[in-house]
Design a protein around this ligand. Structure first.
Ligand SMILES: [Zn+2]
Length: 376
């Protein structure tokens, strides 16, 4: 992955002609800082292999987001979460692949050296209790004592807007294509329209960068995403518009590097979009393509804010949300969940024309989305 120096931000106002609220946020972002107190930490495992992390939650805090990174080669994960009363509210073995057919979050699982936790997640987790929360971080790769995790905890104070801030970053050369820029801005409006149904709004800024448009695989993201994400603020999410995503089939239009994703700069701090795959073989953006582009943004940022697919292809793995159906066949799942924003594939054949709308979320899914710490 090549990242040249000389990354710059060109902030542009979004053309806003729809009903949804997309604002240009370039003039004054500083006041957001106090609403999202952020602390960095370094936590080292003891002889039992556990690194204990205390998270102080002041009264009134809505949620917290922890992002940690272990040394290269580690498989970092969140093993335990205790609330301020000492009650165990999360443990890995209840949710690890072999033990459950439900996914609560991907970020907590041992996948690579990065782990994330946003809490609360589900309706049943209730409001966040004030006091000291305790997280146990561990390394699945066999690391025992003296593994040091470094990261950030952000706590969200009461918000009034439920607004997600996004920095949309064009990879090198992409913003030279006027049609891509125009389609991206129109797709952001589609995304905003979809999310507005749940009382959410967007503030979007645009930037250009020299990052290689041949983007990495979101599952093996690397340092380039951290460098691009560092262009933004600690309260925005980063969306990179590139051409390809390494090692993914042509059907992958976009991907989220983490569920949920960090707001701060880290290796899993971005959503990746492949614009030529959305435009299709003619390389042009039809109205259908722009609709699909907007849906892809709404879906991938849904992942980044913590939503998993309600059901995975194979029809035997589900989300942990209690009000999404547990369908078991292609026909049933398409009938019951095909209109859901987080359904695992688009409801139309390639090249994605006349797609069925996918703009629904269950009440439980809406709670997951609204619990994301990046909604200020
Ligand atoms: Zn997805």
């Amino acid at each position: 992955m090549r990242v040249r120096t000389g990354i710059w931000i060109a902030a542009l106002a979004v053309a806003c002609d729809g009903s949804a609220d997309v604002k240009d946020d370039t003039l004054d972002t500083a006041p957001l800082g106090p609403r999202l107190p952020s602390t960095t930490f370094s936590a080292t495992t003891d002889f039992t292999g556990t690194a204990e992390l205390a998270v102080d939650v002041p009264a009134g805090t809505l949620s917290f987001l922890m992002a940690a990174q272990g040394p290269e080669g580690t498989l970092a994960y969140v093993d335990r979460v205790y609330d301020p009363s000492g009650a165990l509210v999360y443990r890995l073995e209840d949710w690890y692949f072999d033990h459950s057919d439900e996914t609560l979050s991907m970020g907590v699982l041992p996948i690579d050296d990065t782990t994330t936790l946003n809490w609360p997640i589900l309706d049943e987790h209730g409001a966040l209790s004030p006091g000291t929360w305790v997280l146990h971080l561990r390394d699945w790769s066999g690391g025992a004592a003296d593994v040091t995790f470094e990261g950030t905890v952000q706590t969200r104070l009461p918000q009034t807007e439920n607004t997600l801030r996004a920095l949309v970053v064009y990879a090198a050369g992409v913003s030279d294509e006027a049609e891509v820029v125009e389609a991206t801005e129109a797709a952001v409006q589609v995304w905003a329209d979809i999310w507005s149904a749940w009382g959410l709004s967007l503030e979007v800024r645009y930037a250009e960068s020299d990052v290689d448009p041949d983007l990495p695989n979101a599952l093996e993201p690397g340092d380039a995403l951290a460098q691009v994400s560092a262009m933004g603020e600690d309260w925005d999410v980063t969306v990179i518009i590139g051409e390809t995503q390494e090692g993914t089939p042509y059907s992958v239009l976009g991907s989220a590097s983490s569920i949920p994703g960090p707001l701060t700069a880290a290796r899993r701090s971005a959503v990746l979009i492949s614009w030529p795959r959305i435009a299709g073989p003619d390389g042009r953006f039809s109205e259908d393509d722009i609709g699909q582009y907007g849906n892809t943004l709404a879906h991938e940022l849904g992942h980044f804010a913590g939503l998993t697919h309600p059901v995975e292809v194979g029809w035997d793995r589900y989300d942990a949300v209690s009000d999404t159906p547990r369908c078991t066949t292609t026909g049933l799942c398409e009938a019951q969940l095909g209109g859901n924003l987080m359904f695992p594939y688009v409801m139309c054949p390639y090249p994605y024309t006349d797609c069925d709308a996918q703009d629904e979320l269950s009440s439980g899914q809406q709670t997951v989305l609204l619990n994301y710490t990046g909604l200020l």
